[in-house]
Design a protein around this ligand. Sequence first.
Ligand code: NI
Length: 138
Amino acid sequence: MKIYSASISCRIEFSASHYYRVSGWSEEENERRFGKDSRHHGHNYRVEIMIQGKVNPETGMVMNVRDLKKTIKEVVEPLDHKNLNEEVPYFRTCLPTPENLACYFFEVLSLKIQSARMASVRVYETESLWAEYRGEAG
Ligand code: NI
């Protein structure tokens, strides 16, 4: 029997606030570089998680979809209605940009999902702005 490799994707939304400020820069420099983004504001984020693996011939699934949804909720929900810069320890040392959020979700989910491979994480800050991380090093 042929074994297939496929991906399965899941979408989840959360709302959070952030600001872009580099602590070593003056207020004027931050305002000049980041404009309005240097001020505290919120977004409704959309996160798309894709995992890749062999389709289990018995279940027809790459991984148990209930487990997948549960794990994603466990990772994403703690950020909901948070000030990302101040209330999420990971973002004390890097700015909560869509790029860094995608890397964060990818790394945390990779540790929790053992039965399949993380393929990509996309983080949409708006309909027209998103970042994607596929696990590559810089
Ligand atoms: Ni923003």
